[in-house]
Design a binder for this molecule. Structure first.
Ligand code: UD1
Length: 421
């Protein structure tokens, strides 16, 4: 495994970059295949290690998985002899593994899933997942690092109000409720495009869902689901990342397959700092206003439709070369500034106080050896390396393979000097 990325900075980019299907959507859609014996075919599935990990987990649960890389199609089919143990060795690699819990309980009335544990960006508990599934009738115990769930006969629809929005807990609860008896009313649910994508796919499978994209969702349980084909929504976080790649290198690039409608808050922030974005029918064009410098701004990460936490590290790389002082407040995860010490090694001037980072723009970043700590932190270092003077070497880049399909190929095709070794 090549664990390092080398970048020779300050090259202008030009050309077009295709945006892939959304990692987070795939990881949410794939467990839906456990809900029934009917086949689920997903199109536009990116070739990522997180998708491979979910494939491994689904196989371990009895699902027959076939991924055709060439046309990005994933076929999933789980017979009735499905197993219900999600092993720690797989779950520890990826927190999204918890998304098999709801489907397994709904279909088989039992599940045993390893506790995902902490992760680099914070504690990330699963209490909301358990609270909602309990309300639907599941009973849980924690034994030897596993959460064991059982359902008496069948899950029963009910009213559930989430104390705050959680993408994962919303997805798990929706997937459980679609097979529950009667009506489920979910309040204060996550409104992310990936939740809408999940509901769209479940509806095509025969589920009865109303209200996706709003904070109240109503689900009527059904008995059977049907064979379905669904195309995964585009990756809005990848789109935002490449918008910053164009902006930070002061380049004029085109992004194909992207849609700014899913990123409004982010787009208005990048416009505020001086980036022009034109959406045409075929592509999205990114360039700096009059090639001028980046302006400073203040950012608060919030659930959708607010500024996404998954674009916070990338935006910080951009603001580190802005004119003036910017502030970023991270409201979603308590420990999501792991990229800061590394950006500082590259010459950024950033101070952290609790959940706030104060970024005093510098004229230039300078290439340095740095270390990737999590997925979005790694890509923020790639962005910094693209604009830094000299050479940047990023270590531990396996994180980037979890969520960015062929990032080296995509950037190289636009003239970046970047390679893996
Ligand atoms: C998903 C995304 C992740 C993104 C995050 C927030 C996937 C696979 N991952 O993660 O990329 O950064 O949404 O947009 O889609 N929380 C609890 N208890 C729970 C569940 C969550 O306290 O039971 C907290 C979390 O610690 C966090 C906040 O709620 O502080 C939001 O987390 P959540 O929306 O659940 O994130 P994930 O679904 O894990």
């Amino acid at each position: 495994m090549k664990e390092k990325i080398f970048i020779e900075g300050r090259k202008k980019l030009s050309g077009a970059i295709p945006i892939s299907g959304a990692k987070n959507s795939c990881l949410t859609l794939m467990p839906a295949s456990l809900l029934s014996e009917s086949a689920l075919t997903l199109n536009n599935v990116p070739n990522l290690t997180d998708v491979e990990t979910m494939n491994t987990l689904l196989r371990s649960l009895g699902c027959v998985v076939h991924y055709q890389k060439a046309d990005k199609t994933l076929n999933l089919k789980t017979s009735d002899e499905c197993l219900f143990l999600a092993d720690y060795d797989i779950v520890k690699k990826m927190r999204a593994s918890i998304l098999v819990l709801g489907p397994l309980l709904a279909r088989h009335g039992q599940a045993m899933v390893a506790l995902p544990g902490g992760c680099a960006i914070g504690a990330r508990p699963i209490n909301l997942h358990l609270m909602a599934l309990e309300a639907l009738g599941a009973r849980f115990s924690i034994e030897n690092g596993y959460v064991k769930g059982k359902v008496g006969s069948r899950l029963k629809g009910c009213k559930i109000e989430f104390p705050f929005q959680s993408v994962g807990a919303t997805a798990n609860t929706i997937m459980a409720a679609v097979l529950a008896k009667g009506t489920t009313e979910l309040l204060n649910v996550a409104r992310e495009p990936e939740i809408i994508d999940l509901c769209k796919c479940l509806k095509a499978m025969g589920c009865k869902i109303e209200g996706e994209g709003k904070s109240r969702i109503i689900i009527q349980g059904v008995d059977n689901l049907k064979t379905t084909r669904h195309s995964v929504v585009m990756d809005r976080i990848e789109l935002g990342t490449f918008i910053i790649a164009g902006a930070i290198t002061n380049s004029d690039i085109k992004l194909t397959g992207g849609n700014t409608a899913l990123l409004e808050n982010f787009i208005s922030k990048v416009s505020e700092v001086g980036i022009e974005i034109h959406q045409t029918k075929d592509y999205l064009q990114v360039k700096r206003e009059n090639s001028s410098s980046i302006k400073c701004t203040n950012i608060l990460t919030e659930p959708f439709p607010g500024f996404p936490t998954d674009l916070q590290a990338q935006m910080m790389a951009l603001l580190s070369i802005a004119d003036g002082v910017s502030k970023i407040e991270e409201q979603i995860f308590e420990n999501r500034f792991m990229h800061v010490p590394e950006l500082i090694r590259m010459g950024a001037n950033i101070e952290i106080s609790g959940r706030e980072a104060i970024i005093s723009g510098v004229d230039r970043l300078k290439g340095a050896p740095v270390k990737a700590t999590d997925l979005r932190a790694s890509v923020s270092l790639v962005l910094a390396g693209l604009v830094a003077e000299g050479q940047t070497e990023i270590d531990k880049v396996h994180h980037i393979d979890r969520g960015y399909e062929d990032i080296i190929g995509k950037l190289t095709s636009c003239g970046a000097v970047i390679r893996r070794y």
